[in-house]
Design a protein around this ligand. Sequence first.
Ligand SMILES: NC(=O)c1ccc[n+]([C@@H]2O[C@H](COP(=O)([O-])OP(=O)(O)OC[C@H]3O[C@@H](n4cnc5c(N)ncnc54)[C@H](OP(=O)(O)O)[C@@H]3O)[C@@H](O)[C@H]2O)c1
Length: 335
Amino acid sequence: MPLPDPADSSQNASARALRVLVLGGTGFIGRHAVAALHASGTQVSIGSRHPERHESNYPFAVLRLARFEQLLHPDAWAPLLKDVDVVVNCVGILRQRPNESYDDVHHRAPAALAVACAGAGIKLIHTSALALHEGAQSRFLSSKLLGEYAIEASGGDYAIVRPSLLDGEGGFGARWLRGLSRSPIQFIPRGARGGIAAMAATDLGQAFAALAALPSLASHREVELGGTRRYGYAEYLRELRADYTGTRALQIPLPNWAARLGAHVCDALHFSPFSYGHWILLQRDNMPSPNRLPELLGREPLPIRSPGAPTIRRRPGAVHAGKIGPHDLPDTPAG
Ligand SMILES: NC(=O)c1ccc[n+]([C@@H]2O[C@H](COP(=O)([O-])OP(=O)(O)OC[C@H]3O[C@@H](n4cnc5c(N)ncnc54)[C@H](OP(=O)(O)O)[C@@H]3O)[C@@H](O)[C@H]2O)c1
């Protein structure tokens, strides 16, 4: 049988739609990635631990079984990577579960995936986080850093995407922060001094679609993304609250030991998105450097705001006490 002509197959490849596998495509970030990729004409497939549960939500996509704890060797990935040009990995766990360790989900499975992608000539776009650093006393954070190192060592064509805090519909953390912002009394850990470049999850989805469409990821090995504004944690809650209620909350400083204890209790009880790893991150800057979001979107990032509420634009010098005042100009809602 004659061998296929490589020239023919590359012509076919350029004629057909890009085939992208989104791992964790049913999660908060993954859903936004899937939506943007589908809208751009990409042929999307989704990796999930429970494909049967999600099939009806994604009539345009093929769902494939993907359990990271069972995908720790490059060979194990081969069936999932069949007929795929690009993989977008949006899988992550906030807390470990039986048989699902941070090391397996954030490090060893992505390491095996990266080797498998490198061997098959598949591009890999991996979701990580800002402010990861050596020596962090959190297995949540250190496993993510080890995952990054393994992908860098794979020799493949990859991009490691580090988004800032995300706001948007359906996010566990986003929902909690919106809820906290509505509380009239808010406890603000004294050490939560890091800057946050909060961004809209819809923008992250579009950034993934832009990256997936690139012929090579060589100039996008480390992609840090965020909104254009630098918030402190207290200020971020104030801004969300202003959008929701137009009033100010009483913000009470919380000693660092109490914040740390609270984070450990939340971890032990699997309660809320506040974990010890996030307490460490809150104390550091979570600012993208450089911020490649405007370049990938070809426009300014969307502002952070509650759905349907007018964006509040402050006149220079406006002073706030209580209700939103006459110096605040409502913008027409965007998008
Ligand atoms: N949310 C943020 O603000 C933010 C900001 C920066 C970075 N990140 C990082 O981005 C990643 C995703 O965040 P997210 O907010 O989208 O989380 P999420 O909503 O919990 O989604 C994660 C997805 O991963 C999949 N998953 C979980 N365990 C798995 C396993 N053992 N094997 C295979 N798939 C598994 C799940 O899909 P199935 O249930 O379908 O299996 C889940 O929907 C995390 O690593 C997070 O740290 C998040």
